[in-house]
Ligand binder design. Structure first.
Ligand code: 1HE
Length: 260
């Protein structure tokens, strides 16, 4: 299936992994309105077989951020609506039907970093670099970056990136929390697909708890967080699938945890 500026295909024995590729390589996958709306529509209408998704970018760069050629003179209210449109689309990625793994390489900048930060896992290869050039272009983040990026790397580091134009390379990016995995050049997609396939085999309620409930617990005061955790734990463990999985371990039919 091809929507505007993205290609989507199903992978896995039961079509359980959805692979989304940004296909504006000639423009370094810069995010215009058409692409953002395609992402929103795709996550809203994800095929039922899909249990995990990978987002990848065509060419040498994951994503060069907002398509600057579309940055017209907007008045304040148009600017608010445009930013809110991004928020709605990236909300569909973060709080959509399935866990999402971003396969990063080359530039992950501006809105590209905002998109990556809406995903649940980021796998970066050695060519990856991260920046927020908004600061030096006289603008501000508008795609949820002010909320999501400090949760990954801390407010002080984001402030520094925007004030000074600092660029983090792949190694330093992983060290500060931009990505959870760092792999050799050209291997990010393969690793992301491997992770997505494994995640697709989890109990759907556990995946839901991790993508929809855990981030909300993390934003709650501790007292409320403990209560939400107890509710979620009770719901997850009461699912028949959870009981089957625990029984399989107790009967020696399920894998042990292995030292890595
Ligand atoms: C673009 C964009 C873009 C490339 N909008 N057209 N983002 C930025 O400020 C980053 C701007 N881009 C770059 O710094 C570089 O393009 C890259 C480091 C990502 C890649 O460099 P390179 O040498 O591989 O490519 P290039 O030659 O710079 O670009 C190739 C083409 O893509 C060229 O167009 P062409 O018609 O001359 O071939 C570029 O103009 C085009 N291109 N990036 C439009 N971003 C919700 S708010 C979010 C706010 C932001 O994201 S601001 C940050 C924007």
């Amino acid at each position: 299936m091809s929507k505007k500026h993205i290609h989507f295909e199903l992978q896995g024995e039961q079509n359980e992994v959805g692979v989304i590729r940004l296909t504006r390589g000639a423009k370094r996958n810069a995010l215009n309105d058409g692409l953002i709306l395609s992402l929103r529509d795709l996550f809203e209408k994800m095929p039922k077989s899909v249990r995990a998704a990978v987002i990848d970018g065509e060419g040498d760069h994951f994503c060069a951020g907002l398509d600057l050629s579309e940055l017209q003179e907007r008045d304040a209210s148009q600017g608010v609506f445009h930013s809110r449109m991004w928020h709605a689309a990236l909300e569909c990625v973060q709080y959509g039907p399935v866990p999402v793994i971003a396969a990063l390489h080359g530039a992950v900048v501006g809105g590209g970093l905002e998109l990556a930060s809406a995903c649940h896992i980021r796998v970066a290869d050695d060519t990856t670099f991260y920046a927020l050039p908004e600061g030096t272009r006289g603008i501000f983040v508008g795609g949820g970056g002010a909320v999501r990026i400090p949760r990954l790397i801390g407010t002080a580091r984001m402030t520094d990136m925007m004030l000074t134009g600092r660029v983090y390379n792949a190694q330093d990016g992983e060290r500060i929390g931009m990505a959870q995995y760092l792999v050799p050049e050209g291997k990010a997609f393969e690793k992301a697909l491997e992770l997505a396939t494994r995640i697709a085999g989890n109990a759907p309620m556990t995946n839901y708890a991790l993508t929809h409930v855990l981030p909300r617990i993390a934003d709650q005061p501790a007292d409320q967080g403990f209560m939400t955790e107890a509710m979620m734990a009770a719901i997850a463990q009461s699912a028949p699938e959870a009981k089957d999985r625990v029984r399989a371990f107790l009967e020696g039919r399920a894998a042990k945890v292995q030292k890595s």
